[in-house]
Design a protein around this ligand. Sequence first.
Ligand code: XCC
Ligand code: SF4
Length: 658
Amino acid sequence: MADETTSSVTPPAPAEKTSFEDYSIDPTAAEMLEIAEEMHIETAFSRSREIKPCSTGAQGSCCKLCAMGPCRLIGKHERGVCGATRSTIAARNFVRQVAAGAAAHSDHGRDAALALKAIASGEIEEGTIADPVKLARVAGYLGISDVGKDPMALALEVADAALAQFGQQSGELAFVKRAPKRRQELWHRLGVTPRGIDREVVEALHRTAAGTDQNYVTLLDGAVKCALASGWGGSMLATDLQDVLYGTPQPVRSSANLGVLSKDKVNIVIHGHEPLLASMILDATAEPEMIELARSVGATGINVVGICCTANEALMRKGVPPAGNMLHQELAVLTGAVEAMVVDVQCIFQGLVEVAEHFHTRLISSSPKARIGNSEQIVIDEHRPREAAREIVRAAIENFPNRGEIHIPNVSEPLVAGFSHEYIRYMLGGKMRASLNPLNENIVNGRIRGVAAVVGCSTPRSVQDYGVVNVVRELIANNVLVVVTGCAAITSGKHGLLTPETMEFAGPTLKEICETIGIPPVLHVGSCVDNSRILTILSDVVETGGLGDDIDGLPAVAISPEWFSEKALEIATYAMASGADVIFGGVGSPVAGAPEVEEYMISGWRERYGGSLRFIHDAADIAAAALDLIDEARRALKIDVAQERVLFDMDMRRELSV
Ligand code: XCC
Ligand code: SF4
């Protein structure tokens, strides 16, 4: 396997991108980039051509932990001034990235708990609990009895117990118990069971401080413990509490891409991660007074669309259409049709400020934690969210008459989203006997070869959407059921992969199952914190039986073909430590400067945790490696049936790439 890792393979050199079409397989990107160039507006795409990635940093070989450095370990330099080796430096950098990712996802979970508390204590007017059944279940996970309690009282108890998970100093996080028994035992044995969410993030930062932990194996165990605190802690809390607050997703129809912007309505783009923003804005836009105001300025109504994970959260609960994935944020503003771009936290480009200045678009920061450059700031938090949301919607409406020329690409694809873990059980077994049995049976009999989670971002360092679309296509053609989250989910939607009709491109046995159940072969499972839903599904698959007694035995892989974020590395780490083989692509390994660390993540982690993390550049190689890993697991489970490998079909590929 080691020879398949590709630290030696570099991303396509920026210089190779000669036309706009080279940046993305989504035609709306080229269309908007042409406008950007005509208007002399920079975007992440154009800047990625100008700025060459720092090769030392890209490989994790630059240490700037202290003022004796920064030490760049290139050429003949094998150690920093303090004597730290390449392996120590690469591992420390990786741990810090994981800690930042875990902090982001977990702080998001904390905000969900604070919102629940504000609603339960009556601080948010007209606040309701959307899913009391899920509230009772989550209470159970936290060791709270729901018997005889009214939902608001129970919600308050749940919110407090959830908040206590962050500051807990000893013991273990409550949700760890939701992992298979074998997995829990392994974590205990290795000393990586997370105790408290904040504690593990702090410890990861402490152990990477200059002069502290200097052994890459223990450093990486620190990354594992911190990542698990997010996967089975902060992120899982975010998902569960958001379901309680805003509803547990069920399949919903919508459509994706820039064509969802309206030429005659007030367009509000919500972008970032926390659904509180989406929920409050949607409520405000539904008020008769706002609709009246919109009419009075000459618009036919108000149109709310999403970018990034805010889009996923609002899509799967309210059918709000995603305008695009992360790389579409600047492109949306370039249409000239966006009255307000409202952002909260994570994955927001500061470049938006400059793009927005060329148009009438009001860029509004809504989180107290993140102001984007000199953007306006109207805070939507758990204290006065409704008022703030009304203020934002009013600002957007009043901005409508300031619109200049608009250019909205006439491109969008229909999609179905919202396959929560609960719904997947229900769709497989019906209301009376909801279960994953049919899934397990079909994996055992080989109709479903395996399951792949295709997750994560998009990056201008590779070709937008190319990795995700081609990996997904190749996997379903080979009878692998695919679940998608995050920007990869939006990418799949933009390219028409989230419709039942996509089963035409699935392998014959997977197609048969999709026809029987009436589902697409690519299931939209949610946002990036919802990767925790995949942990729940995998644990449930193990529990259901017939496929071994731990996640590491399942014919399942996790793939991020176009990752960019520290959060993605954190997800990779908890998925690996939960037993999954993980493949990242698009750009090279962030620890490539230390071959020993890179190799350890493949085989050392495999031995220790049963999972692995490898970096493979090209989409076709990623898919081939994923199929090999799935087949390897099938062989070990002795459920192996010889499978024909379907090769890439260029015509089909072109057809689906729109
Ligand atoms: Fe951000 Fe969640 Fe990545 Fe998209 S997928 S670019 S992290 S929005 Ni999470
Ligand atoms: Fe250099 Fe060591 Fe300081 Fe890092 S900690 S900057 S390797 S001297």
